[in-house]
Design a protein around this ligand. Structure first.
Ligand SMILES: [Zn+2]
Length: 409
């Protein structure tokens, strides 16, 4: 039995921290959490010192197959499957090193994330636990079509969902609106009819799978909610700015009725805030939207919409693999505060991803996925950057420890 000792512990729910915790783990699971620091006889002590233990982070939105370069799409399209899988292994290890012990991959090519899921299930040091959608379902030449998930019409969409269920995906992802990453795609435009979206959700639910919608615009979010999606990715209610000189146009148009529907129906918003510091300043169209986005997030909180924390790692250099702590900090700093941000990155994220009984909490029966940070992240959220140790399923996987996973590129 392993006994992990620290100064404080956030169990994933809080609000109080446990003082002088000892977490007992055996066979990869937590068996007990004792306050007060006493270690049972015969246990192997891992004293992490003056740190706070948190549940390993559950990142609800990553793209392991994108390499976070300036040309992430081009580099993906030029890579063969084996080379791509090697990059995905490295991306997974980068996430694990900052305390992300579970990732939900929402867009790979050729179901490669399912191969990685198998590898990391066998070896906790090889990367995080992987949950995956496979290639997102999209229209012909629609958003991220090059990942291979093109399907149009009710029958083709049902078949596409069935194929994913047979492959063993953990979630079905549909590109409800276009996106910025794909030339020729319009993030404000809804790609599918109501009948098509309904067919996707019903088929996913028939197979016991949750369905998540990529949607940027209010129209896309409303259509996703009306079709019964369980979750909306991004969910920022952005609108097209047609006239840059019109200063009354904020580029954001959140709709309180849609937010109320989301809260009432339990549709979760998977927010993809935050970025690495030091990047170029945001382009004017994005900068102009920031006040509206912050107001929209406040309205979301007021309406009681469930929120979880995703990074969208991989798509741009400022969204590097391992940037997830910046998403947690951004959530706290855009009005959610440290407690809600930490829940959104742990227990709430695990619940939304369907792994609530294994991940996101430090409690008996849960996987012993633990991250240790210097300081108290409830007092100062930036403590999540100061990771001193990471354990996945009870195995220490710190970045400075030698990794035994498959060799990277
Ligand atoms: Zn994404």
């Amino acid at each position: 039995m392993l006994a992990i000792r620290a100064a404080k512990l956030f169990d994933g729910i809080g609000p109080e921290l446990v003082e002088r915790p000892v977490v007992l783990a055996e066979g990869g699971r937590v068996v007990a959490v004792h306050p007060g620091g006493s270690v049972p006889a015969g246990a192997e002590l891992l004293d992490l010192g003056d740190v706070t233990l948190l549940p390993g982070f559950v990142d609800t939105h990553v793209h392991l197959a994108f390499d976070a370069s300036e040309d992430a799409v081009g580099r993906l399209r030029r890579a063969g499957d084996e080379e791509l899988l090697d990059r995905m292994r490295a991306a997974g290890r980068a996430a694990l090193a900052v305390g992300v012990t579970t990732v939900r991959d929402l867009g790979d090519r050729g179901y490669l994330a399912l191969r990685l899921r198998e590898e990391t299930a066998k070896d906790p040091t090889a990367g995080p636990t992987v949950l995956a959608s496979g290639p997102p379902i999209t229209t012909a030449r629609g958003h991220c079509w090059f990942l291979g998930g093109q399907a149009e019409g009710v029958d083709a969409i049902r078949a596409a969902v069935r194929e994913r269920a047979e492959r063993g995906v953990d979630v079905v992802k549909v590109m409800v609106t276009g996106g910025d990453l794909t030339p020729g795609s319009d993030p404000f435009h809804v790609q599918y009819s109501h009948a098509e979206l309904l067919a996707a959700v019903r088929e996913a639910h028939r197979h016991g799978l949750p369905a998540t919608a990529h949607a940027h615009s209010a129209a896309g979010i409303a259509d996703a909610v009306a079709a019964g999606f369980d979750m909306v990715e991004h969910c920022f209610f952005v609108t097209e700015i047609t006239d840059e000189s019109d200063e009354t146009d904020t580029g954001v148009d959140y709709d309180r009725r849609i937010l109320d529907d989301m809260a009432r129906l339990g549709v979760v918003a998977s927010l993809t805030l935050g970025a690495l510091p030091g990047g170029p300043p945001p382009p004017p169209r994005i900068a102009r939207r920031i006040p509206g986005l912050v107001a929209g997030l406040a309205a979301m909180r007021e309406a009681g919409v469930g929120v979880v924390c995703g990074s969208d790692s991989g798509i741009f250099p400022v969204k590097a693999h391992g940037s997830h702590p910046y998403s947690v900090v951004a959530m706290a700093e855009t009005g959610f505060g440290p407690l809600e941000a930490l829940r959104a990155a742990t227990s709430a994220a695990a619940r939304a991803c369907g792994v609530a009984c294994r991940k996101g909490c430090i409690a008996p029966g849960f996987d012993a996925d633990v991250v240790a940070v210097a300081g108290d992240p409830l007092a100062d959220i930036t403590a999540v950057h100061a990771v001193t140790a990471v354990l996945r399923e009870g195995v220490r996987v710190d970045p400075d420890k030698p990794q035994q996973g498959p060799a990277g590129p």
